[in-house]
Design a protein. Sequence first.
Length: 370
Amino acid sequence: MKDYVCLKDICKQYDNSDSLSVDSFELSIKKGEFIVFVGPSGCGKSTTLRMIAGLEKITSGSLSVDGKQLNDVHPKDRDMAMVFQNYALYPHMSVKENIVFGLRVLKQSAEEIAEKLKWASQILGLDELLHRKPKDLSGGQRQRVALGRAIVRNPKVFLMDEPLSNLDAKLRVSMRNEITKLHRELSATTIYVTHDQVEAMTMADRVVVMKDGIIQQIGKPMDLYHNPANTFVAAFLGAPQMNLFEVEIVGRSLRFASGLTIAINEQQYEAVKHLMRVKVGVRPENIVADKDKLTDFPKDKLISAPIHNMERMGNENYVHITLGGESATLRVDSKKMHESVGDSFSFAFAEEYLSFFNSATGAAIPVAAS
């Protein structure tokens, strides 16, 4: 399948700034893909989306959709529909009038408008709300109206700028599911912006992780989760986040700041032996704390540390410990845990899931498969 949306070396610099808000953004999107831009506030993700929409001028670089360059095309002529964080509904219009407003501007026939309204309202469950005003709707209902207004236009590209951030946690989950289901039904090319890594992981075909206006990594959600390109991506994706420790390479072992040493395997040693120090990362779920499984580990790979906090999540506990002056979080089956805050806790790192990063650059250090 050929590339449908192409962003080539896109940069954005505001007149009053010496630095670039978006720097050398390069991305090709297939038709029908669901792409999520994710990163902390101020990383440039919304600015990039607004450049695609035509609401911000591109300083340099090239934007094309379906083979047509759009840099200088007016927003209304780009055949895109945008869903905003604040819904942007007309308060004096009914739900029906809000949904069909854009179709009337395009001078579509009454029959076409009626047909598209019926289709959109059925898909989004708005049939009973068509005559209400926005003030009479809940946040989730308003967001469905905003989605309806977008889908009736059947645009080439859907743009969504943090559309769920104003909703409460429970409603965000249900709306995530609705948007994902809607995308499957429409097979619409969608670019979605969020600061919420859970939205990125659960909704995207591919995720674009950004920091300080620069792309850090692009890939499928689980590829980024298991193989982060650097320490920023490693720490940003995942809840709780990946544990990262600064360690010394001593022989064929890692030595933590506390003096604790644990052995590493041959492939890991070959990858890091040329460095004096590295960062080692391990996900909370890849720390073994089950006492029955710990008997399989040799003594030089067992670790003990006091529990300084614990979050009881129901079927699992998030256990917080300090290792060599650095905090770490473990995910532990609550049924198999009897320790309390202050108790010493034994665990081991699942060796095959350790990640290694260059301490100076933060870049991932590849380890050959065993």
